[in-house]
Design a protein around this ligand. Structure first.
Ligand code: ADP
Ligand code: MG
Length: 285
C-alpha cells in the first residue's frame, strides 16, 4: 500500500436554508484517486477553487469523505480512532504565516507543537534545534517572530511542524503571500527536508514554477485530477495546462512558442539551462 492512498474520494459541501433543508450541493473534490509513496515530493497544482485546500484538509483529517476512501500510512482516515495518529504524521502548513505563529519568541513557537503532543522536555529542545537549523532559522531562535520577513515566518512555521517529526508535511500554498525571495527560501527549505530527512512533501500551489523540482504532479480543476505525471510530462502539454487556466513557466512558454514557429526543440523544457543547451545543440548540429 502507498503512503497516501485515496480512491474515488469525494467531498461535498452542503448549503442549507434556515429549516436545515439542503438547497445546494457543491462537489469540491470529485472522485479523486491519489497515490503517494513515502519520501516523494508531490505537487498539487490548480487554479483557485479547484479543490486543492479541500483535498489538503482531508489529508489532515480536518474533513471526512462524503464517499470513497482515504488511507494514510495504512490507516483509514474515516475511522475516528486514527484521527490523532494521522494528524501527528501529516503536519500542515498554511498560506498565511501570521495565523500560524503562537509564541513571542521563535524557539518557543517551534517548541509549541512537540510540547502539545507530550514530547519530553529534553527532547523538545533537541528537536527545536534540529528543526530551526534545517530551515536555516537557528540564528533567529531568540527573535520575535513578528519582526521576521514573510519567508522567515513561513520557515519558522515549517520548523514548528517538523519538530513534531511527521512523516509527511502538507503545505497549502505556503508561498502565496510571499515575495520572490521569500518564496525561494521556503521552497529551498522544503526541498532540503525532503532530500535530507526523507519527509514526504505535498506542496499545493498555483505557481507553475514551484512544481519543477517535484517527483510527480497532480493537476486539479473543478474538483477532479485532470492531469498527472512528472513535471516534464505535465509541461509538455502547454495547451491542456492553459485550458485548465494555468500559466506555464516563462521558459517553457518561450520554448513552446519557438517550437511552434519551427525551431526543433524537445517538449517540456523546464529551465533556462535546458533551453540554452537545446539551442546550442541545434546550433552545433
Ligand atoms: P482551492 O484551494 O483550489 O482554491 P477549495 O478547496 O478552497 O479550492 O474550494 C473548492 C470549492 O469548494 C470552491 O468552489 C469553494 O468555493 C468551495 N468551498 C470551499 N470551502 C467551502 C466551505 N467551507 N463551504 C462551502 N463551499 C466551500
Ligand atoms: Mg486553497
Amino acid at each position: 500500500m502507498s503512503f497516501i492512498e485515496a480512491k474515488n474520494l469525494v467531498h461535498e459541501y452542503f448549503r442549507r436554508d434556515e429549516d436545515d433543508n439542503v438547497v445546494d450541493v457543491l462537489t469540491a473534490v470529485d472522485n479523486v484517486d491519489l497515490h503517494v509513496e513515502a519520501g516523494q515530493f508531490i505537487s498539487i497544482l490548480g487554479h483557485n477553487g479547484s479543490g486543492k485546500s479541500t483535498l489538503a484538509k482531508h489529508l489532515n483529517v480536518l474533513l471526512t469523505p462524503s464517499s470513497g476512501s482515504l488511507f494514510i500510512d495504512g490507516k483509514d482516515a474515516s475511522d475516528e480512532k486514527n484521527t490523532l495518529k494521522i494528524r501527528q504524521n501529516a503536519g500542515m502548513v498554511f498560506q498565511n504565516p501570521d495565523n500560524q505563529i503562537i509564541a513571542s519568541v521563535v524557539e518557543e513557537d517551534v517548541a509549541f507543537g512537540p510540547e502539545n503532543i507530550g514530547v519530553p522536555t529534553d527532547e523538545i529542545w533537541e528537536r527545536v534545534e534540529k528543526s530551526l537549523k534545517a530551515v536555516g532559522m537557528w540564528d533567529y531562535r531568540e527573535h520575535s517572530p513578528n519582526k521576521l520577513s514573510g519567508g522567515q515566518k513561513q520557515r519558522v512555521a515549517i520548523a514548528g511542524v517538523m519538530a513534531m517529526e511527521p512523516k509527511c508535511i502538507v503545505l497549502d500554498e505556503p508561498t502565496a503571500m510571499l515575495d520572490p525571495d521569500g518564496r525561494k527560501e521556503v521552497l529551498d527549505a522544503v526541498h532540503e527536508l525532503n532530500k535530507k530527512k526523507g519527509v514526504t512533501i505535498i506542496l499545493i500551489t498555483h505557481y507553475m514554477e514551484e512544481v519543477v523540482g517535484s517527483d510527480y504532479v497532480f493537476v486539479m480543476d473543478k474538483g477532479s485530477v485532470v492531469m498527472q505525471g512528472t513535471p516534464r510530462e505535465i509541461f509538455s502539454d502547454v495547451e491542456t495546462l492553459k485550458a485548465h487556466r494555468l500559466d506555464v513557466p516563462q521558459i517553457t512558454e518561450l520554448a513552446y512558442e519557438l517550437k511552434k514557429s519551427g525551431v526543433d526543440l524537445p517538449d517540456g523544457i523546464l529551465t533556462r539551462q535546458e533551453l540554452l543547451e537545446a539551442l546550442r545543440y541545434l546550433d552545433e548540429n
